[in-house]
Every structure is written in C-alpha cells, then in structure tokens.
Design a protein around this ligand. Structure first.
Ligand SMILES: Cc1cc2nc3c(=O)[nH]c(=O)nc-3n(C[C@H](O)[C@H](O)[C@H](O)COP(=O)(O)O)c2cc1C
Length: 396
C-alpha cells in the first residue's frame, strides 16, 4: 500500500525535481557554501538562507493574528536557517498601517507567544525579529487599499520623523522629534528588544532601511536637523547608533543583533554606498552581527536599476569596506545564484522574500539542487521523491 502510494508520488514529482537539478546543476554533498553552518555569537544557523522579513498587514492593534501562525508556520518549514519576522513596530505610532505587527505592550507580546511556541515545537529554524519604526511613512493605508498616507482628519495618526518633511510633497508633514521624543523612541526599541528576548526570539534585526525612521535620520534628504543629529554624516548616524547601542544593551550578549540598511537612496544628493560603509564600520565597532544590504524607499524620485541580484554589489562593498558579515537580498531566486553569492564571498547570507512566498519549500529545492540536506519535521519525511531520499536530515 505504502509502495503504491510512494510510486504514484514519485511519478508525479520526480521529473520536476530531476529537471530542476539538471537546470541548476547538481553538486555532490558537502560542497555547498550556501548550506554550510554559521555561528553568530551563540546562535548557529544550519545554512545561509534567510526568510526575509515581510510585513503581512494582518495584525489587529499590533497583535499577531491567526494569519501569522499560518504564514510564519509555513515559512518555518522552508529549509532556511533563519526566519526573520516582519517589521515589528516598537510603538503604535511607528506602525506603517493599522495592520502592522507591534511589540510595545503586554497584549502585543502575549499575542506572539503561542505562535513562537508552535514554531519552536515543530521547526529548528532560528527565529529572529525585525524591530522597526515607520517614521514619516507611518499612518498609511494597507497596500491592498492603495497604501496612501492617511491624515489625522481621515482617522490616521501623527507620524514622527527627524525633520518636518513629508515623503511626498502632497502629504502632511510629520512632526520633528524633539529630545524627549528621541529618548522615547530609543527606549521603545530597547523595551521591544527585551520583550523579544522574553518571547524566545533568537536575534534582532534593526530596520534602518526603506525610508523608515532610522533611515530618515541617515539620509540628508529627510534629515535636515540643525542639532547634533543632523548635518554632517557623523551627526546623521548618531541616532541610529544610539538605538543600536540601546538594543544591543537590552539583548543578552549571546544573542546576535543585525541591522538592515538601504545602501543607496538611488537619488541625487541622497544616502549612498560610501556613507553606508562608514555607518557599517561604526556598527562593526559596536559589535553588529550582520548588515543586510537592501536599498531605496526613502524618496519617490528614486531610479532603481532592477536586475537579478541587483543589491549584491552593495553587500560586497559593505562587507569589504566595513569588515562585517553581510546579508544580500533582492531578486535572488535560484539555488545556484544564491550558492555563487555566498561561495564568492559577496555575502555571508542570502535573504529571499517573494521567492519564499512563491515556493515556501525553497530551501528544500535548493538543497536538492546543491546536494545538501535540510531539517524537516517527521510528518513530512515521506515527501521527497526517491532520488532525493537523502535530502532530509534524520529522516532515515
Ligand atoms: C510582502 C512583502 C513585505 C515586506 N516587508 C518587509 C519588512 O517588513 N521589512 C523589510 O525590511 N523588508 C520588507 N520587504 C522587502 C523584502 O524583505 C525584500 O528585501 C525585498 O522584497 C527584495 O527581496 P525579494 O526580491 O527576494 O522579494 C517586504 C517585501 C514583500 C514582498
């Protein structure tokens, strides 16, 4: 009965994986750098594949919902070594939309607990959380409702930013943070990090990319302050570094803390790769465990040159220039492409977002193509076709 069942599955599935392996080029086991482990402080990842943080806009007043269990539960079985939970707001005003996940009070913390317990029970993936503040891009409609800024008059809330400069000229200006506001936001990041630790989150990624608050401090286009937090590069990196220090101090020493940056604004006069290297060097001196090199999101005038792996050169530049571990992200979709990025030393990890939504077992397929293995729960041990029977560790 079992053989019959298995044969019918093999007929259906083998050609697909065989073709994938042929196209991508099968490699003997153990040669894959993508599938080599890496240790960050006391956290060992089984491979270099990361599920990139992805906002789900499915929280209620910051609280995780059943959707998060579906979404994160599925992706916890992707075969990736690390799963980064979406941009999680450190205060209600720091949410992009009413659907954003938050970690700023007991109810938001409690809502995440059963989800993390379930993942821990069934998956060996390292669970990391991205802590974020949306800055001037807060109070927006859900993307599937157009994503426009929602004014206070229309039921939104007052966004905060380094300077009273809106993202789009037609938007209402945000409120420039004063010294009390800066301290409040910095403390909110630290408190969220403590809550994340209590929840068993194994590492933090600080969101300093995509035009949100910390990126707004970095870029001269959005930061036109005249105090010690604006003007020179040294001044513009000051607040993001203070937040990093606060989060690092609030996180136990054995857990890693990384930072996601936009390596360029893709706009004349904006933040760029050279400044990213200076910032990353300062982070390196403070003990950052990785820098994720993303890009854009700060200015509606950006001119992005999209291509497969288009942000990988930023990862390489930051890695070489600042001497930090880097994570490459952006249009990385193929196993051999990911393997080459890591094997040629352009990044220490690769993160995938859309590719993981499209193929939530991307890590398995990459392992099959590269002759490597992944962890899987026993309930799924019968899944691989016969020629991939060595794919799953401990399954035999
Ligand atoms: C649905 C969705 C939600 C996203 N949310 C976040 C987020 O919360 N934080 C973040 O830093 N990037 C976010 N991103 C960007 C991705 O993490 C990633 O950097 C980007 O999509 C490029 O990678 P990809 O080509 O593999 O999709 C999101 C992307 C998608 C598609």
């Amino acid at each position: 009965m079992l053989d019959e069942w298995q044969n019918s599955r093999l007929e259906r599935h083998s050609p697909v994986l065989r073709n994938a392996a042929e196209v991508l080029g099968f490699r003997p086991a153990m040669s894959s750098q993508l599938f080599s482990p890496i240790t960050l402080r006391e956290l060992t990842l089984s491979n270099r594949i990361v599920v990139s943080p992805m906002c789900q806009y499915s929280a209620h007043e910051g609280r995780a919902s059943a959707w998060h269990l579906m979404h994160l539960g599925t992706l916890s079985l992707s075969g990736a070594g690390m799963l980064c939970i979406e941009a999680t707001a450190v205060e209600p005003e720091g949410r992009i939309s009413t659907g954003d996940l938050g970690l700023y009070d007991d109810p938001t913390e409690q809502a995440l607990l059963p989800i993390l317990k379930t993942i821990r029970e069934h998956s060996s993936v390292a669970v990391v959380m991205q802590l974020a503040h949306a800055g001037r891009k807060a109070s927006s409609a859900l993307p599937w409702h157009g994503g426009r800024a929602v004014s206070v008059a229309d039921g939104g809330w007052q966004p905060f930013a380094p300077s009273a400069l809106p993202y789009k000229e037609s938007d209402e200006p945000p409120l420039a943070l004063d010294s009390t506001g800066l301290a409040r936001v910095r403390d909110a990041f630290a408190q969220a990090a403590q809550r994340a630790d209590r929840l068993g989150i194994q590492g933090i990624e600080l969101h300093a990319a995509h035009g949100y608050l910390l990126h707004e401090f970095l870029s001269p286009l959005s930061n036109q302050r005249r105090d010690s937090y604006g003007g020179s590069l040294e001044n513009r990196i000051r607040f993001p570094l203070e937040v990093f220090d606060a989060v690092r101090a609030a996180t136990p020493a054995h857990k890693p803390v990384g930072v996601r940056i936009s390596a360029t604004d893709w706009t004349e006069g904006g933040w760029d790769v050279e400044q990213s290297i200076v910032f990353s060097r300062a982070l390196q001196q403070r003990g950052v465990d990785w820098v994720t090199a993303s890009s854009g999101g700060l200015s509606p005038k950006q001119q992005i040159k999209l291509a497969p792996g288009y942000q990988v050169p930023f990862s390489r530049a930051v890695k070489e220039g600042a001497g930090v571990h880097t994570m490459a992200v952006g249009l990385i979709t193929e196993a051999q492409q990911a393997e080459a990025i890591v094997a040629t030393g352009q990044a220490d990890f690769v993160a995938l977002a859309r590719g993981m939504l499209y193929d939530p077992r991307w890590g398995w397929h990459a392992a099959a193509a590269l002759g490597a293995t992944v962890d899987a729960p026993p309930q799924y041990w019968r899944a691989p076709p016969r020629e991939q029977s060595a794919l799953i560790r401990n399954a035999r």
